[in-house]
Each structure stands twice: as structure tokens, then as C-alpha cells.
Design a protein. Sequence first.
Length: 144
Amino acid sequence: MERLSLPHRVVRLPIQQLVRYCVIGVGCNLAIYLLYLLVTYLGTTPRKAMTMSYLTGACVGFVANRKWTFSYRGSLATTIGRYAIAHLMGYLINFSMLSFFTSCLGLPHQFVQAAAIAVVAGFLFLTFKYFVFPADKSDTRGLT
């Protein structure tokens, strides 16, 4: 019986990057979620509060993810542009979830925002890994 073999270069999800992303994400997302809860408690609408907290989190996360999570050394200008695109998409996902689940389904905004943070974090990890901070062709840490 002939054994099937995979191509020589199979992309794997480096566990180290995922762990680093989670460490940064838990701290950053907890802080921005608490900010979100505070400003909604003080009377800001959920959508405005999400926008403020989202922008804060995006700014804080750039340096940590570029340097520590992905150890990326590519062009800063290109990276910032791609990072902005990724976060625009993440923001639209978050805004859509918050709008739909609170306005159309009447769910509590606190729970919807917590779930949206988790969904967007997963989306952003994949987007950062393959679009914003892609591995250099000569870098084989994520390849076997």
C-alpha cells in the first residue's frame, strides 16, 4: 500500500505566535472591554463606545504584535497600511455584530461586545499572520 505524502512545504500555525498573540490580546482586550463598559455606563451609546475602545486597542496592539508576536522586519509603511486595512475589516465585523445583535435581536450589548471581541481577535490573528506580518520567504519557522 502506497503512503500518501504531503507537499514538502506545509504551512503550520506556529504555536509560539498564537500564544504570544493571546497574551497580548487578553491583556489588551480586557482593558478595552473595561473601557467600553465604563463609557457605556457613563452614557455613551454602545456603537460610539465600541468605536473609541476599538481605536484605542488597535493603536496599542500594533507595536506589540509587530515586534513580539510576529517578529516582523518588513517595511513600516506597508505594514501600517495593511494593519489599517485589517483593522478596518475587524471594525466592520465588530460594528455589524453589535448593530445586528443589539438592534435587531435585542440582545444585551455587554454580551454581544464580549463575543464580538473574540470573533474579531480570531479574524485578526489570521489576517495579521498572512497579510499584515507575513513570514519572509527565507523564514522557515512556520514551514516544514
